[in-house]
Design a protein around this ligand. Structure first.
Ligand code: NAD
Length: 302
């Protein structure tokens, strides 16, 4: 399942809406990203979001704060963006530095104006999501739904199993699948009969954060497998174990010294009827849905 290609079509669908908004309002929709600290992966994600947003015609601004920023400083940044009429979407890049803490992180995310919450993580929007009437839905799981729809994989009546129960992926993924009339099972680190449960899935979504965790024995032949995981692997042996010694990904590892792999072992492709690759699967969809949410937020604010 080519997520890069589907993401491109979503971005193409967004572009005319952005142009129409700009023509009507004399300004382009504004996406503002708050980036706190030095996490290298976060910097790469933000750069990709900035590039994709700019290409789609959005005004994208990145507000950088140092790793030692206090909760109050991050809150002040969010409040300034809430008050800025040219800001339509606010994204606070997760994770915030350890010093901000769990409680501080919650305070920051709760401070975002729900109408500008393009990540769909504010409790107000999560409540609407539970009731099936959210306009701004979390980007990664809504990207997965778009992927299934656009590639013609039916959801209604299917048994979907989601591994992972995070606020950002697992829980909203399960809710969105339920809203589309799947029968949904949520698995997590304390699920005792994980493999047996996964083997009953018509649609299996892995959002765990463990390289290659889902092996062929988790998968019913013919299932659709969605790999949300993004894991950096520094061991050559692990990469060889994943792909085989002669695979181009091993040569790529030798150049870069690391590889990015999913939560699903590549051998699962032989059992599944369809499967998302990593990279090039769910990741690009997350960014495309962020752009879509920004346009939705801008249009709703008028
Ligand atoms: P998280 O750490 O918050 O949650 C992981 C979940 O996996 C937990 O709910 C936990 O219960 C479950 N889990 C952990 N070990 C398990 C085990 N042994 N058996 C069963 N369940 C287990 O992570 P997250 O934020 O949900 O992210 C999950 C993965 O998805 C990560 O690799 C992350 O990098 C990736 N991710 C990708 C995108 C994207 O755009 N593709 C977006 C967000 C997250």
């Amino acid at each position: 399942m080519n997520g890069t290609e589907v993401a491109r079509t979503i971005r193409e669908d967004v572009r005319p809406g952005v142009a129409a908004f700009a023509a009507a309002h004399g300004r382009s929709p504004g996406l503002h990203i708050v980036l706190v600290g030095d996490d290298p992966a976060s910097h790469i994600y933000v750069r990709n979001k900035e590039r994709a947003g700019t290409e789609a015609g959005l005004i994208v601004r990145v507000h950088r704060l140092p790793a030692e920023a206090t909760v109050d400083q991050v809150l002040a940044q969010v409040q300034a963006l809430n008050a800025d009429p040219a800001c339509d979407g606010i994204l606070v890049q997760a994770p915030l530095p350890a010093g901000i803490g769990k409680h501080g992180t919650e305070r920051v995310f709760d401070a975002i104006d729900p109408r500008k919450d393009v990540d769909g993580l504010h409790p107000h929007n999560v409540g609407l999501l539970v009731q099936g009437r959210a306009a701004l839905k979390p980007c990664t799981p809504s990207g997965v739904i778009e992927l299934l729809d656009r590639l013609g994989h039916p959801i209604a009546g299917k048994h979907a199993v989601v591994i992972g129960r995070s606020e950002i992926v697992g829980k909203p993924m399960a809710l969105l699948l339920l809203q589309r009339d799947a029968t949904v099972t949520i698995c997590h680190s304390k699920t005792p009969d994980l493999k047996d449960t996964c083997r009953r899935a018509d649609i299996l979504v892995a959002a765990i954060g463990r390289p290659g965790f889902v092996t062929t024995d988790f998968v019913k032949p013919g299932a659709v497998v969605i790999d949300v995981g993004i894991n950096r692997v520094d061991s050559r042996d692990a990469v060889v174990g994943f792909f085989g010694a002669d695979h181009p990904r091993v040569a790529d590892f030798d150049k870069k010294g690391s590889a990015v792999v999913g939560d699903v072992h590549p051998a699962v492709a032989q059992v599944a009827s369809a499967m998302t690759p990593v990279p090039g699967g769910v990741g690009p969809l997350t960014i495309a849905m962020l752009l879509k949410n920004t346009l939705t937020a801008a249009t709703a604010r008028g």
